[in-house]
Ligand binder design. Sequence first.
Ligand code: CP
Ligand code: NVA
Length: 304
Amino acid sequence: MNNTTVRHFLTLTDLSTEEFKRIIGRATELRAMHHRGEIYEPLKNKVLAMIFEKSSTRTRVSFEAGMAQFGGHAIFLSPRDTQLGRGEPIEDSARVLSRMADCLMVRTFEHEKAETLARYSSVPVINGLTDDVHPCQLLADMQTWYELRGDISGKTVTWVGDGNNMCHSYMHAAKMLGFKLNIACPEGFDPQQRFIDETADSIEIIRDAKAACEGSDLIVTDVWASMGQEEEQKIREKAFRNYQVTGELMALANDDALFMHCLPAHRGEEVSAEVIDGKQSVVWDEAENRLHAQKALLEFLLVQ
Ligand code: CP
Ligand code: NVA
C-alpha cells in the first residue's frame, strides 16, 4: 500500500466544491492561453500512463494532447498488448506503473478496479470513466456552462435517459454546485440507490420527460446503451423510446436553455439531429473543453 497523502480523482466528490470551481475557472484560463498560442509547459518531462479497457476518442486524445501541450508525455496502454490483459494483477500493475509514470489514468468497467489502482499507486490516479461515474466529463460540462452562462447554482438541469455513469456524475455536480437535477428515466433504469441516497436533496426522478424538461436551463442526455451493454441495445431502444431529446422537449425548457451530450451520440435515438445540430447545442465546445479541463486537473494534481 502506498502514500496516503497522494490526491486521486476517482469521483467528483474527491474534490471540495471550492476546488471543483477553481479547476473549471483555471480550465477557462488555459483555454484562452491555448487559443492565443501561448506556450506553457508545467509538466516538462512528466509522464501520464493511460490504461484503456474500453474504447475512447475524446478522453484519449484530450489527455494525450494535453500532456504534449504541457511539455510532458502520455502513454496509451490497452489490455490487448499489456500484461494487464494476460491477468497481471491490478495491484502489481499500479505499483510498477507508478514507479515509472507521474500520474495514471484508467478507463475501465468496475469502479472498484479504479479504486484498487489508486490504493496501490504512489502517484495520482484519474478516473477516465468507469461503469459508475465519469467525473472528467463533468469538469468539461461545468466549464462550458460557466463560460456561456455563469454560475449554475439555483438553476434547473434535466437529465433525459439512462441513470448511468454520466447521470451519477451529474448527481454529484448538482449537490456540489447547488443546482436542481431532474432525472427523466424509464422505470428500471434509475440511477443506483447509493447515488440517490448521497444526493437526495438535489435530485428528483420524474418519469415524464416532458414534465421534467419544463422550465429547465440545461438539457443533457447520453447513449441508451453504454459500453459493456451492447447486447441490451434492442431492449433499451424499446424502453427509452419516449426519452429522445427532440425539438418538442427543448421547446418546453427555458428559451435560453442549452443542450449537452458527452458524445459519442446516436442521432435518432437519444437525441434528434435537429437538436444536437441545432442552435441550443453546445456539444462541440463541451468536447473541446475536455482538453482544457483535464489540463487544469493535471496541473492541480501534479504541480505544487
Ligand atoms: N465523452 C467521452 O468520454 O468520449 P470518449 O468515449 O470518446 O472518450
Ligand atoms: N455512458 C457512456 C458514456 C460514454 C462517454 C458509456 O459509458 O459508454
